[in-house]
Ligand binder design. Structure first.
Ligand SMILES: [Fe+2]
Length: 250
């Protein structure tokens, strides 16, 4: 079985449109564990932290306690999927700086999503602005943005600026939407992918499926790169001592 770190899961129960309850969250952990996942970044939508940060924290602790008893060699780390828009950008920078919405495991890395139809210029502006404030971006499910299909060079240019790319593992092997699957596979061919995630929401809707995509990764790239994408990059960049190198939010 491959070792996999899933950096994108809506696993914390009852805080966003992810796991409905603790039982469902634990079943999702079980499903992930049996595919080889040994670290999960629980990444609720940023709105969950605005609506009830204490609740997110309490539900996270409850989940970690129960999952830890069942799977002592699996670690669940706190993250967040931040919705970035030009309109909300300054507010988000402030919230990140004040710790009101979390980065990935307290590091300087932020998992960010855009609206699916965002134009490339707006996305690049957001990336540049966050970077100028000391935050590094991981672009969530990069294969799902329309701009990525229209002009592949945009993703390359984002990567050259230091923005790292997460792709949903299932987009590589079983995604039915052709342009999404082709985007994911093109990024893999170009070695633009840095992380895999499941973006799992529930046991039955976007379930935590990473095994097929991981096999595709290992089957189509060299071992060193595949190891880095499956777990190595997350280990090196996101699992350290949690030291943040972001700005002060002022
Ligand atoms: Fe997500």
């Amino acid at each position: 079985m491959r070792k996999i770190y899933d950096i994108h899961m809506h696993l914390i129960p009852e805080v966003d449109d992810g796991a409905w309850n603790l039982d469902m969250a634990l079943t999702m952990v079980q499903m992930a564990y049996h595919q080889g996942v040994r670290k999960i970044f629980a990444t609720p939508h940023s709105s969950a932290f605005r609506e009830g940060p204490e609740r997110v924290e309490a539900q996270y602790r409850r989940l970690v306690e129960h999952a830890g008893r069942l799977y002592p060699d699996l670690e669940i780390l706190m993250g967040c999927e931040v919705l970035l828009t030009e309109f909300s950008l300054e507010q988000i920078i402030k919230e990140l700086g004040e710790g009101r919405i979390p980065s990935m495991n307290g590091t300087g890395w932020v998992l960010a999503e855009f609206r699916q139809d965002v134009d490339a210029q707006e996305a690049e502006k957001c990336i540049d602005r966050l970077k100028s404030r000391g935050w590094n971006l991981i672009l969530a499910h990069a294969e799902r943005y329309r701009f990525a299909s229209v002009d592949h060079t945009v993703l390359r240019s984002m990567a050259e600026k230091g923005c790292l790319i997460q792709v949903n593992a299932c987009s590589l092997d079983r995604e039915e939407c052709v342009w999404i699957r082709e985007n994911a596979r093109w990024m893999l061919e170009e070695r633009l992918i840095s992380f895999l995630g499941s973006d799992a929401h529930r046991t039955f809707h976007r379930p935590p499926e990473v095994e097929g995509g991981t096999e595709y990764l290992y089957g189509h790239t060299e071992r060193e790169y595949a190891d880095a994408v499956a777990f190595g990059n997350a280990q090196m960049l996101l699992c350290g001592n949690g030291r943040k190198n972001g700005a002060d939010g002022s």
